[in-house]
Design a protein around this ligand. Sequence first.
Ligand SMILES: Nc1ncnc2c1ncn2[C@@H]1O[C@H](COP(=O)(O)OP(=O)(O)O)[C@@H](O)[C@H]1O
Ligand SMILES: [Mg+2]
Length: 251
Amino acid sequence: MIVAIANQKGGVGKTTTAINLAAALALRGKPTLLIDLDPQANSTMSFLDMQQVSRSVYDAIAEAGVTLEEVIVPSPVDKLSIAPSRIALAKLEAKLVGEMDAHFRLKDKIEPIRTRYPHIVIDCPPTLGLLTVNALVAATHLLIPIQSSYFALEGTDDLLETIEKVKARPNPNLELLGVLVTLHDKRTTLAREVYEQIQRVFGPKLFQTVITKSVRLEESPAYKESIFSFAPQSSGAIEYAKLCEEVLSRV
Ligand SMILES: Nc1ncnc2c1ncn2[C@@H]1O[C@H](COP(=O)(O)OP(=O)(O)O)[C@@H](O)[C@H]1O
Ligand SMILES: [Mg+2]
């Protein structure tokens, strides 16, 4: 399974989902790789100090001679490795302009290490540009986090259109694994209405697991920990563990 976590909106819980889903998968004992494709490097910083990061996914994608394996580093979570990001990733689009294989770079770099990591999670930037397309071309599955809010579904048309384009040619096997409601506030009627609205659009693709708002989920990256070691009894830990089960039951 190579699952891309994508939504071109920022602040919808992509990174929080990527780091905690990856940690949950690793805790189940299988080697897991978290690939950070966002130049802002939030996933990377959730587990590592940037001083520890000398090479990044940028080097592997931009340079033919650099393998992904060379940039991968271990994380504080057992069995979880990270292909870190750096701000340099923002230059990738300009670097690859006119290259015939621009959309396939990540896929090609993942291929030699696929068997080593049964689970790969890709955290995408908040755009539908070349980096996200590289993730969608490399992925077997896509998970879309949607923030529970009045404007929840705005912009999903563009995302679904991009997915259809990727499926039409470069990656016909890409499968929508599911849509995840995040930052949910159970107390408000609006949140309940938004959930029902998302359910009408996505039907069975909507995960039953909902990620509620939790301060613990916001805090854990500052301590370089996943939610499972930082606050194992918190709602966030319980919900992301449940999501992991649902994800595994769907692949
Ligand atoms: N369930 C949640 N409860 C509380 N805060 C959350 C939750 N999910 C994400 N956040 C916080 O919201 C902000 C945006 O989330 P993030 O995962 O970085 O989104 P994205 O990667 O889509 O931009 C971050 O500060 C994050 O800590
Ligand atoms: Mg992010």
